[in-house]
Design a protein. Structure first.
Length: 146
């Protein structure tokens, strides 16, 4: 399986940004955790990060021909980007939404994801391990995801 991981805006600052919410593990370490788990599961993973909405949409479009699944942390766009929602709906490959923090235990505006309806499911609240759980979900669903 080939999986594209997309980190949205400000995720590159994880480790220094609001440590009480997002933890002390930094962006590079998160990616190392993802890469380590992927190789354990025999998944070829590519990781991309951008702070711009349009670029997330371009990543999703170009994933179409090159990947079997997308793991996406749309960050704040989660809560209001119909454009990203439509992009996920427009491509044929399945997506899993992930969050470092538990978006349901925070401010009211974070409880709503406009992205989730187009995803297989949402994993939220496990820090970097949200991505690890998503990789495992893809592995477990491997046969039904062909
Ligand atoms: C986040 C949660 C979002 O509400 C927030 O805007 C982020 C990160 C998370 O991973 O917990 O930037 O997606």
């Amino acid at each position: 399986k080939r999986v594209l991981v997309i980190h949205g805006p400000n995720i590159n600052l994880t480790g220094t940004r609001e440590q009480n919410v997002y933890g002390e593990i930094n962006y590079e370490e998160i990616n190392n955790i993802i890469k380590r788990e992927a190789s354990k599961l025999d998944i070829a993973v590519k990781i991309q990060q951008t702070n711009s909405e349009g670029e997330i949409i371009n990543f999703i479009h170009s994933a179409q021909n090159n990947f079997d699944a997308i793991i996406i942390n749309p960050a704040a766009y989660t809560h209001y980007s119909y454009a990203i929602m439509d992009a996920i709906g427009a491509v044929q490959i399945p997506a899993i939404e992930v969050h470092l923090s538990n978006i349901h235990s925070r401010e009211e505006f974070r409880r709503k994801s406009v992205i989730a309806s187009k995803c297989i499911g949402q994993i939220s609240g496990f820090g970097p391990y949200s991505y690890v759980l998503a990789l495992n979900a893809i592995k477990l669903l491997e046969n039904s995801m062909e």
